[in-house]
Design a binder for this molecule. Structure first.
Ligand code: C2E
Ligand code: CA
Ligand code: CA
Ligand code: CA
Length: 279
């Protein structure tokens, strides 16, 4: 029958078998990735529109697998979350990013925030705030130079404890932004209650941003909302000059995207820094 045929197809489909194998290999190897030094952080600047200087750098994880090559976080973070390996991985990310930023300051670079992405699993841990505080103490990075990027969905999933945790982080002096803003389902009345510093406009709104089109109206509206809540507003995924011009006109505070720089390994980022800051 048709039904059987379909089942058989699924069973024998070699591409599915390969995908399964790849996943199994990743799941198995993820345990050793921290110890084997296979993770690397790439850094992408957020440009302060008014001054043209670097306001922050976002740390984005890469997995350099000895056999599979470089694997994107979009592929392995879901596995890390399901297996709980996200917890040690995230600690490594936070520690490495804070240490790197402290090192840059000691080397004489103008102080900038380092922004770290926080997954819902990580944020949901009872000792999340304690971990952040400990890492700041260990690395001696001033809390004002650490930014945590938390997605709308994280904020919604943990309604009970989210405000409490954000308040504690705010008290410490950490900068907090809502990532992928506009892509989720958070209501404005909820966002208004959160002790946050910035909204990061989701890339989907920036992607098709052109003058005199619907996207411009939407982005304009988001910027107005952010300003009325006294929040900084950041645009991500900016690739074209026209987008930069519109965002500048609408008084967006910070811009990030391939237009200025893609995410880069440390040494390449340092070269980029020179070329941006000397401008
Ligand atoms: P995200 O936080 O929304 O990061 C933005 C993604 O867009 C990054 O992909 C970045 O490389 C990419 N991007 C930046 N500028 C442009 C642009 O101008 N055009 C386009 N087309 N893309 C741009 P990436 O590095 O592959 O990261 C994907 C996602 O993985 C991130 O989305 C974030 O949710 C997650 N992620 C990355 N690193 C970490 C980490 O250390 N911890 C956690 N928990 N999640 C991470
Ligand atoms: Ca982010
Ligand atoms: Ca984002
Ligand atoms: Ca995203």
């Amino acid at each position: 029958t048709k039904k059987n045929g379909r089942n058989n197809m699924t069973f024998y489909d070699p591409s599915i078998q390969q995908a399964d194998t790849r996943r199994m290999v990743m799941e198995d190897n993820l345990h050793r990735a921290v110890a084997n030094d296979e993770f690397e952080l790439y850094y992408q600047p957020k440009i302060h529109v008014k001054t043209g200087k670097i306001a922050a750098v976002e740390a984005l994880i890469r997995w350099n697998h000895p056999v599979l090559g470089q694997i994107s976080p979009a592929e392995f973070i879901p596995i890390a979350e399901e297996t709980g390996l996200i917890v040690p991985m995230s600690e490594w990310v936070l520690h490495t990013a804070c240490m790197q930023n402290k090192r840059w300051q000691e080397e004489g670079m103008s102080p900038m925030r380092v922004a770290v992405n926080i997954s819902s699993v990580e944020f949901g841990e009872d000792d999340f705030v304690t971990k952040v505080v400990n890492i700041l103490e260990e690395t001696k990075l001033s809390p004002h130079y650490l930014e945590l990027e938390i997605t709308e969905s994280v904020a919604i999933k943990n309604v009970g404890s989210v405000i409490e945790k954000l308040d504690a982080l705010k008290q410490v002096g950490v900068y907090i932004s809502i990532d992928d803003f506009g892509s989720g389902y958070s209501s404005l009345s909820y966002i208004k209650k959160l002790p946050i510093d910035a909204l990061k406009v989701d890339r989907s709104f920036i992607q098709d941003l052109k003058a005199n089109q619907t996207e411009e109206t939407i982005v304009k509206a988001i910027i107005t909302i952010a300003k009325s809540l006294q929040l900084d507003v950041v645009a991500e995924g900016v690739e074209e000059q026209e987008q930069v011009q519109i965002l500048r006109k609408e008084r967006c505070d910070e811009i990030q995207g391939y237009y200025f720089s893609k995410p880069l390994p440390v040494s390449e980022f340092e070269q980029k820094y020179e070329s941006i800051e000397r401008h």
